[in-house]
Ligand binder design. Sequence first.
Ligand code: GYE
Length: 326
Amino acid sequence: MTMISRRTFMLAATAVGALALAGVAIAEVPKLAQKDTYKVGFAQTESNNPWRIAQTNSMKAEAEKLGFQLVYTDAAGSAAKQVADVNSMIAQGVDVIFLAPREEKPLIPAVMAAKKAGIPVILLDRSVDPSLAKAGEDYLTFIGSNFVEEGKRVAEWLVKNANGKTKIIELEGTTGSSPANDRKKGFDEAIKAAGGFEIVASQTGDFARDKGRQVAESLLQAHPDADIIYAHNDEMAMGAIAALEAAGKVPGKDVLVLSIDGGKEAVQAVVDGKIAAVVECNPRFGPKAFETMMRYAKGEAIDPILVNEDKFYDASNAAAELANAY
Ligand code: GYE
């Protein structure tokens, strides 16, 4: 180092230190050392459906394959517990945290606490509010599906295949979660742009089967002429099918049911004619999640969003694809 560059370096280092002391956030994700093995945290949000279980299994299988220690927690559907889970991972000194944030805002403190502790965070499957935390600054990246696109793909299929049906009940996912926000946005905007449809009711079923059934039941009573149900995930779609059958309606004939996730049960329901179409949301995160972490440790630049590829199922391919569905 020449004297001048050494002096510049010292000044810069002092400035960063002063900013940190002043409590000003430093715009940099903590580094990850290159090591033979890692202790890795995975903070799951809940385990009440096949999608979550497939995701957890994929993460566990990959950690095992690599011989990494996995600290796994399940927040059981509570954002407060998930924040506590992340804090406990920080206390246990994990090298990196994979976080599936239940909601966009309540998990911000967890992201910031990990950053402050010098632990890089990789968001899996759900994101956080972009005005409160940023990829490449507060966390490394978001790996997951494009939820706006998923909602849009459902709407585009519907516009082509509605066959005169027009009145839509929308069952939303967990309020404040990124997939619920974006699946609504993508679908509603495309439906509005197409014209000729009406969303007669839109209410949360919390991504859960029984809640979806109850909400569908009361919305079908309030809107007996509804002839389309768009559910933000398979669980609520299966709940809606139960509600329709209990009301003496035939799913697939009287009412078209549309869904997102593409688990085996839903793809089978497409084969059976009960669900009209499903956009897959790919839950197999393990290989990409760990590969991204190791690329980061090597010093590679990581894109702020890494998008998963999703398939699409309807009557034309469901039987052939059934064996590949998770
Ligand atoms: O669709 C749903 C799950 O965040 C993409 O959450 C995920 C969603 C998925 O509980 O079934």
